[in-house]
Design a protein around this ligand. Structure first.
Ligand code: PLP
Length: 366
């Protein structure tokens, strides 16, 4: 088969798919009434940002690095929320200076910091919710109980801050609608309790977690929407709040593929090793914690072609640099054949300086 020459490794992103995903999400989750703040950490490439900006998206950021990206792309501060609940003080000050007025928090310490570095800002409490059904749990490090969130939101006034919202994250790639259902019921309890204390919040932020990795994301989103949309309507009616969302993966995960080329094939220790020109240090660290990516042979496979089990390994000298130990691919794979690693649109290119936290400066002492 004649194969077109393409430079590799190459991460290929489809803007069309991003547009499709954004519109699909916007039409499904609370039918365009929910405000989307795309989670920048999922993919911060300028083209992705520009596409989403043109579609009317807001952005969720968490650090100075991400703020700088937003400034560069001229994203207005009104379109930004700062959802990292525990922030580096100078990062709060810089966000405030830019005009950001909405900050997540989950402790009294954070209220003190926000009062000092972003006085009179709006604050929203991160609550800890069950992450059952998710593939990557986001519990433990952040979030307070419903009761603690009420106490902290009441305390905000002591710090001359404005209690404006609550937020949660059900965990990455969560395929269970029950996670949102339970979290939203908790939000109702919090909103009722606050109402009794004359505190009326402006929004409920349902975070990210919408499934997009190795799943039919559109069918799954429909199932989730069917359950949560009536609940969101009830919350909006009863408490007069806006609904915010922070999808990351749903918007970008399936929009990207990594194209790699085979540069060696070796039979070793009773296994067939395929060496490709990019590896897990190029943003696929998530594999260390058990995430799985697909290795795809991008050409037509004839019916009578036999498949064989391969280990797909990257180019580094690190023995952990393995995409998968059981890829079933044609037995006659050759040097210079291309392979595709999928999905690669979310958390791969942005893993380089993840979440906007750059590498430390190096100081050599002599
Ligand atoms: C605060 C916050 N919002 C949104 C997201 C995006 O989540 P996802 O990629 O699951 O949609 C994340 C991801 O870690 C997050 O930490």
């Amino acid at each position: 088969m004649q194969k077109k020459k393409i430079n590799t490794p190459r991460l290929i992103i489809s803007e069309k798919l991003i547009e499709h995903n954004y519109n699909y999400f916007n039409n499904s989750i609370f039918s365009e009434s929910a405000r989307i703040f795309y989670s920048l950490k999922a993919n911060n490439h300028p083209s992705v940002i520009r596409k989403l900006k043109s579609l009317g998206s807001g952005f969720e950021i968490s650090s100075d690095g991400e703020l700088e990206i937003m400034k560069k792309e001229k994203i207005k501060p009104e379109l930004l929320i700062y959802s990292n609940p525990v922030k580096i003080p100078t990062h709060i000050a810089n966000a405030y200076k830019y005009g950001i007025k909405k900050f997540a928090f989950d402790s009294e310490n954070e209220l003190k910091k926000i009062k000092k570095y972003a006085p009179k800002s709006g604050i929203f409490a991160r609550i800890n919710v069950a992450n059952d059904g998710s593939e990557w749990k986001l519990t433990g490090k952040f979030g307070v109980t419903a009761g603690e969130s009420v106490n902290l939101l009441k305390k905000a006034r002591l710090y001359e801050l404005n209690p404006i919202g609550i937020t949660f994250h059900v965990g990455w790639n969560n395929k269970s609608h029950t996670a949102w259902e339970n979290a939203l019921n908790t939000c109702c309890e919090i909103l009722s309790e606050l109402k009794k204390n004359n505190i009326n919040l402006r929004f409920v932020n349902i975070g990210g977690g919408f499934p997009a990795h190795n799943v039919n994301q559109y069918t799954k989103l429909n199932q989730i929407a069917k359950i949560i949309n009536p609940l969101l309507q009830k919350i909006k009616n009863n408490f007069n709040v806006e609904i915010y969302t922070e999808p990351g993966s749903f918007i970008v995960a399936n929009s990207g593929v990594l194209l790699v080329k085979i540069f060696d094939i070796i039979e070793r220790n009773s296994k067939s090793w395929i060496y490709v020109d990019s590896g897990i240090s190029q943003g696929f660290y998530w594999i260390f914690s058990g995430l799985q990516y697909n290795v795809i042979y991008p050409y037509k496979i004839s019916k009578n072609k036999k498949l064989k089990k391969y280990v797909i390994t990257g180019p580094t000298c690190d023995t952990h640099d393995i995409f998968t130990k059981d890829a079933f691919l044609p037995e006659d794979l050759c040097m210079d054949d291309y392979l595709i690693i999928y999905p690669a649109g979310a958390y791969i290119s942005s893993a380089r300086e993840y979440n906007g936290f750059g590498y430390p400066e190096i100081k050599i002492f002599r």
